[in-house]
Design a protein around this ligand. Structure first.
Ligand SMILES: Cc1ncc(COP(=O)(O)O)c(C=O)c1O
Length: 367
């Protein structure tokens, strides 16, 4: 299969529910997509504004200052000290990297790409794009021979589950046994809610306790879209095994996958400033504290959701039925069908709505 064979974009199926939700007299509460609604922090916008003279081509590898800022951030925020410049690469947001990684690694028919059972759909898209076979499995013991690439996603989208150190250790050990590359997609790592992740940092796959200091075959993928309200800037990066990073760099140079220079400057400002990340987390926590009890009181059970940007909920009915009921209340959510075959009765509610809309949702769910 190639690009021309990709299925219709699944969100088109949600349009009729959106239309009904919009007809609510007090307007729609859109909790369907994880697109940030709060302003990009001033410190980041100022950095962008100061960098608008960008007459020269930027380098695919990123400026030395950007890579230093990423290394310092990994040491400070992710418990991964000592990354060097050749272990780091900026990406144009992380969705392109997720979807292109099988291609950039040279995978093809006969190769297996493993991804979580409840998963961000781009892992599967990337595998199918090159004719590789996607396998949805969370337990490393179920990752089959022939696996060349494994995606883990902690905290998870859509289910908000976190892999602790022992779980990441088991994943990396199995990847090594298989000779597969393992990539940790970690863009919700700053958003821990339930114990122990309300106080303990959510571990990176590059944590020395996971890798034992040996990063061969291991990559961490991170995005500033969520933590810094930068989704519109397309600002993300990866880090890990230097040999892999250099291979990816070569391919990405040929493809022109480089980050605009002003965005690189804005990223440095975002990575250097922890205050705005804490502020944003406070906003999401307040929304979650209102929405979660309201969703439960309306008859849903919340699964996982210990971290990240979503509530992963079920009322024991097909997701389209739940969508139907919620659309009558003017609330739009995402159906579990979009996140893997195993979750036809789950819905995903995003915390990315303005406070006033979240309050409206809670009121409607209670009525
Ligand atoms: C698990 C996961 N990975 C990657 C992305 C892509 O983020 P971006 O392309 O904005 O960096 C998302 C966005 O929702 C996500 O949920």
């Amino acid at each position: 299969m190639g690009v021309a064979d990709l299925a219709d974009y699944p969100w088109d199926a949600v349009a009729p529910f959106a239309e009904r939700a919009r007809a609510h007299p007090d307007g729609i509460v859109d909790l369907s997509i994880g697109s940030p609604v709060d302003a990009t922090p001033a410190v980041v916008r100022d950095a962008l504004r100061a960098a608008t003279d960008a007459h020269a081509y930027p380098q695919t590898v990123g400026t030395p200052a950007l890579r230093e800022a990423i290394a310092a951030w990994f040491a400070r925020r992710r418990g991964v000290p000592g990354l060097t410049a050749d272990e780091i690469l900026p990406t144009v947001g992380s969705k392109e990297l997720v979807a292109l990684l099988p291609l950039l690694l040279g995978l093809g028919p006969g190769d297996i790409v493993v991804h979580p059972r409840a998963a961000y759909p781009s892992y599967e898209v990337g595998a199918r794009l090159v004719g590789a076979s996607p396998v949805a499995a969370d337990d490393p013991a179920q990752w089959p021979d022939g696996t060349r690439l494994i995606w883990v996603n902690s905290p998870g989208n859509p289910d908000g589950r976190v892999r602790g150190i022992p779980s990441l250790q088991a994943a990396v050990a199995r990847a090594r046994e298989l000779g597969a590359v393992i990539a940790g997609d970690e863009c919700y790592a700053e958003l821990g809610w339930d114990a122990p992740w309300d106080t303990d940092p959510i571990p990176s796959i590059l944590d020395p306790r996971v890798t034992a200091g040996e990063m061969a075959g291991v990559l961490s993928v991170y995005s500033l879209s969520k933590q810094s309200n930068l989704a519109g800037y397309r600002a993300a990066f990866l880090a890990g095994d230097s040999a892999l990073v250099q291979r990816l760099l070569t391919a990405r140079k040929h493809l022109g996958l480089m980050l605009p220079a002003p965005v690189q400057q804005a990223m440095i400002a975002a990575l250097d400033d922890d205050a705005h990340v804490a502020e944003q987390k406070t906003r999401y926590r307040a929304r979650r504290d209102i929405l979660r009890p309201a969703v439960e009181a309306a008859g849903f059970r919340i699964d996982g959701s210990e971290a990240g940007l979503y509530l992963w909920a079920t009322e024991g009915k097909d997701a389209w039925e739940s969508m139907d009921r919620l659309a009558d209340l003017g609330i739009l959510v995402g159906p579990g069908h979009f996140y893997g075959a195993g979750f036809p009765q789950h819905i995903r509610l995003s915390l990315t709505a303005p406070d006033e809309r979240v309050a409206a949702a809670a009121r409607r769910l209670g009525s």
